[in-house]
Write a protein that binds this ligand. Sequence first.
Ligand code: HEC
Ligand code: HEC
Ligand code: HEC
Length: 239
Amino acid sequence: MPFAWTRSKPRNAAAGMRYVGSEQCKLCHFAICNTYSHTDMSRSTMLPQAVIEKGWLSTPIEFFNGNTNRHYKMVSRGSKIYEAEYELDTDGKEVFNHTEELAYIVGTGANGATPIVRRGNYLFQAPISYYTARATWDLSPNYERNDIGFTLPVSPECIACHAGRTQPVKGREGLFEDPPVVELGISCERCHGPGELHVRERTAGIVLRGRSDNSIVNPAKLPTWLADNICMNSRHSVE
Ligand code: HEC
Ligand code: HEC
Ligand code: HEC
């Protein structure tokens, strides 16, 4: 379908444009950035120590799942958090123990959060998730009946929906460039597109012709069908 809005098409929609990160936007759009930093969306993916700061793991978690004959354990050591899955024989001796350090926490805790572990540049879901309604940790969705362990790869879609900027390797499920997550929370550029051009022109003080600055996407100026596709028409306000 041909674009009817070519004349005002944002120039940062062109190929090869670069991202600069939300910190850059703060230099000039301080109020918006400040308001936005208090939203759940801006905190959609967290580092593991946030779990400790939120008081979600004040005591170690330990439980057994009879369906799969697996024990689970979750502990913090300093600012690091570990999840373990293990099996015991009839004498109570460990048959195996698989322990992994958490790398990221997906979710704000509005409803819950699922941790992710990193092995090399591969990301996997962790077996124990946080459930806000019960204020406790329990098996991640689908782990109740299946012994998935730490083998479920994190799809590019999964982390892309929940983080700001990610670096999945095309066609390789669970594999990412280093670092896998460049910006944790949903960033300004997820809705406004790459910011380098806009920041360069505004920093250089290039005078705007007319009132519109088409060096960056302004969803308010897109056709409705396209704007609706940007984060389900979410927006921030600075009342
Ligand atoms: C050097 C200062 C500067 C920086 C850095 C900057 N902006 Fe801007 N931006 C401006 C100015 C000036 C305008 C035009 C006046 C206004 O709308 O406040 C503007 C306008 C905008 C607009 C509205 C465009 C229009 O006219 O429809 C958007 C959207 C925007 N900026 C987003 C961003 C984002 C996202 C970032 C970070 C990637 C960013 N800006 C970084 C100065 C800056
Ligand atoms: C198509 C986009 C999309 C994909 C893909 C996706 N999610 Fe979500 N997820 C959402 C939305 C939207 C919500 C609801 C946001 C809310 O209400 O907090 C949500 C909610 C959640 C929550 C609860 C968040 C909270 O803040 O309480 C968790 C945890 C979660 N998703 C984890 C995952 C994991 C892990 C994957 C990948 C295996 C995944 N999601 C894939 C969009 C997505
Ligand atoms: C979830 C999508 C989304 C995110 C994330 C987002 N914006 Fe916006 N932004 C919008 C939409 C939609 C509009 C147009 C409608 C409006 O003004 O609410 C807009 C408008 C703007 C404007 C022009 C209008 C104004 O209010 O001055 C600026 C500047 C802007 N955004 C900057 C930012 C910055 C800086 C960030 C990061 C802190 C950011 N935006 C994050 C969706 C988003």
